[in-house]
Design a protein around this ligand. Structure first.
Ligand code: GDP
Ligand code: IMO
Ligand code: MG
Length: 430
């Protein structure tokens, strides 16, 4: 048995959903532990595409328990739409497949209104958020004025919490952000409507996961966003508001760190980023456009075009260290099929210094330029290849160089969006 954490090793959208869907075959349960519906995780099975924002990416596997841990922030309206969408497609026919921890914080209408209004202002502090209310919800969690999933299910407690917090939110919305105030009764009625539909999902993640581990079951923890968007270790302030690194799997689910066996980081064969913030290997030329078009790099949540650039080994090594990665899953290798030469950043130039560690100072990072090495491309289609040894030699060499640069074995190679366009080199549950 093993417990495996999956995290994004870049700025999100690395293909975590696809990898979690594949690894679920080996797992008994899948756990989301942070973030909310800022995430968009895409699964492609046959010709059917499913995009999940909140529900763990194991949900397409009948009978596999899907848990939303305490570290997640949940918008009940979005959650219900996702549940109904899955049911309509024939998944989640048994409600007991899904569970939400009572300590999950609720995204409230004022969180979304505040997020959107802040982003709409013409200041230089725009983050380029997804506008889903994520930051304001985590602010209230840390500020001890949040409303949790268990509160939603107790009308009196919910009313009391709302009454306490709403005047302050309305003051800020009206007086500072110039937005209309929100009505207490309307919010109460809307959310109590959700409560009845969601009551059946209430559970205790820590207790349940502990019992599963004691019973020798395999658990899979599904990170959202990516390591470089982590609130502590990312490119602050251009980050999301949660702990996206592997350690977040423990605080966000109530499972102790001694229970985690493997940590797999997902990395694209190049890099993308959505939203504002530094991106040292970004390509603002035709090459960037080619990666965006070939890789269909448009956000699964907001539809925004993703910024594209060469693989950044300095950033990848940072992800290896802060997450304690034991393996890498390399995705979108097929997107490089046409290239004669692939470029990889192996260090940063900062003034007359050569940096091999990712700078924590944003001012330094913003002045860094990438030192690029050329790697020969394979210039042939690899999407049909099913075993690693059958890849063109140049593709094998590219993977092996990534292993050498990062110091971590590549355990999975993905050559297309579909579940079956994947090569498993070793099994993290073994
Ligand atoms: P996530 O947020 O990390 O789950 O990733 P997203 O779903 O936001 O973005 C990844 C996108 O790449 C999705 O559209 C996937 O269907 C697609 N994808 C995943 N792996 C591959 C791959 O190996 N090749 C190609 N061409 N597309 C892939
Ligand atoms: P998945 O799980 C890529 C980015 C936003 C913005 C910053 C803060 O699909 O990989 P937020 O709404 O979280 O306050 O926005 O983080 N961001 C993501 N970028 N993939 C994601 O999720 C993201 N979730 C948030 O674009 O730059
Ligand atoms: Mg995504």
């Amino acid at each position: 048995m093993a417990n495996v954490v999956i995290i994004g090793a870049q700025w999100g959208d690395e293909g975590k959903g696809k990898v979690v869907d594949i690894y679920t075959a080996e797992a008994d349960g899948v756990v989301r532990f942070q973030g909310g519906n800022n995430a968009g995780h895409t699964l492609v099975v046959g010709n059917e595409k499913t995009v999940l924002h909140l529900i763990p990416s194991g949900i397409l596997h009948k009978g596999k328990r899907c848990v939303i841990g305490n570290g997640v922030v949940l918008d009940p309206k979005v959650f219900l739409v996702e549940i109904e969408g899955l049911k309509a497609k024939g998944y989640l026919q048994d409600d007991s497949q899904l569970m939400v921890d009572g300590a999950v914080h609720l995204i409230m209408p004022y969180h979304v209104a505040i997020d959107k209004a802040r982003e709409g202002r013409s200041t230089d502090r725009k983050i380029g958020t997804t506008g889903r209310g994520i930051g304001p919800t985590y602010e209230d969690k840390v500020g001890r004025r949040g409303i949790r999933f268990a509160d939603l299910l107790k009308p009196e407690a919910f009313r009391k919490r709302l009454k306490e917090v709403l005047p302050e939110k309305n003051f800020y919305l009206e007086k500072y952000l110039g937005q209309p105030p929100l009505n207490e009764d309307e919010i109460f009625n809307e959310y109590q409507g959700y409560a009845e539909k969601l009551r059946c999902y209430l559970g205790n993640a820590s207790v349940e996961l502990d019992a599963a581990i004691r019973a020798g079951k395999n658990l899979l923890f599904e990170g959202a966003q990516g390591s470089m968007l982590d609130i502590d270790h990312g490119t602050y302030p251009y980050v999301t508001s949660s702990s996206t690194v592997s350690a977040g799997a423990c605080t966000g689910s109530g499972v102790g760190p001694t229970r985690i066996d493997q940590v797999i980081g997902i990395t694209k064969a190049y890099v993308t980023r959505v939203g504002e913030g530094p991106f040292p290997t970004e390509l603002l030329d035709e090459m960037g456009e080619q990666l965006r078009t070939t890789g269909a790099e448009f956000g699964a949540t907001t539809g925004r075009p993703r910024r594209c650039g060469w693989l950044d080994i300095v950033a990848l090594r940072e992800a290896v260290r802060v997450n304690g990665l034991t393996g890498l899953a390399l995705t979108k290798l097929d997107v490089l099929n046409d290239l004669e030469t692939i470029r990889v950043c192996t260090a940063y130039r900062y003034g007359d210094q050569l940096l091999t560690n990712f700078p924590s100072d944003l001012d330094v990072l913003q002045q860094c330029t990438p030192v690029l090495e050329d790697v020969p491309g394979w210039q042939t289609t690899i999407n049909e290849v099913t075993s690693f040894e059958e890849l063109p030699q140049q593709a094998i060499d590219y993977v092996k160089r990534i292993e050498a640069w990062s110091g971590v074995p590549v355990v999975l190679v993905s050559v297309g969006p579909r579940r079956d366009e994947t090569m498993l080199r070793s099994n993290p549950f073994a």
